[in-house]
Design a protein around this ligand. Sequence first.
Ligand code: ATP
Ligand code: MG
Length: 283
Amino acid sequence: MKTLKIAIQKSGRLNEKSVELLKNCGLNFENYKSSLISPVSNFPLEILFLRDDDIPEYVQDGIADLGIVGENMIEETEVDVNYLQRLGFGKCTLKIAIPNSSDIQQLSDFNGKSIATSYPAILKKYLAKNDIKADVRMISGSVEISPGLGLSDAIFDIVSTGGTLKSNGLKPFSDVMTSEAILIGNKNVDRPDLIEELIARIQSVLRAKETKYVVLNVSRDNLAQVLALLPGVKSPSVVPLAEADWVAVHTVIPERDFWDKISKLKQAGAQGIVVMPIEKIIA
Ligand code: ATP
Ligand code: MG
């Protein structure tokens, strides 16, 4: 039976979350830092640990069947792969930033200026789309120091909190692309059955992450009001309690409106609210 290969980042910002996701999918493997490849003992899969720069091409060329990598790397390398699943981690924004003292005010002011970046392809596409002729300078790391050294008039880089920009006397000018980690696949799928199984497992882990299991007690008098606050849910379970006229409601609510919902539920008469993480939701 053919074994699939999935490429993930060996070390760096996506490594830990990629390993965690695969482990949450029930895959058993050793996370050897020193080896390039690790077999999964309970699924026909091998894990390749690579630099993120290499993952898009390895997947395109079929050396790996699957890969986990930032969307920015796919956009940058312009590979032809299948986008299989967004993964919800490694979120970041790629921005153009300029020195605080810069006289650049609008996009057209970049004509004739130089911009340093590790993502030349993404930047060039953005400049061409906006009809700007600027000099794109490829730098592989520490891009943010280049204006201070007089190497460029601006930078284009990944920004998360903006702290690095600030400490280098830079300010954001415009957002060019947002990115998150994504599961990609080779265009010629050898074992669609295995890939589907893996995607289904990943989706059940992601769905569970987005939701909480909530149990609360409420008197029958207030039950209708409490249930009205739980729309998205098809049918919460209502279980009678030993105490007459009281019931327990069991339901699942999205994490994002969690605090908002909890305070409204309390106001509506809910008591003893217990919130629990969910490990998996199988569709
Ligand atoms: P490698 O050694 O594998 O080449 P790297 O140094 O190129 O690693 P990392 O800094 O580990 O890359 O970032 C990997 C990916 O994580 C980026 O391509 C991007 O998609 C995402 N990422 C980068 N910076 C951030 C950030 N500050 N917040 C969230 N995600 C980020
Ligand atoms: Mg890299």
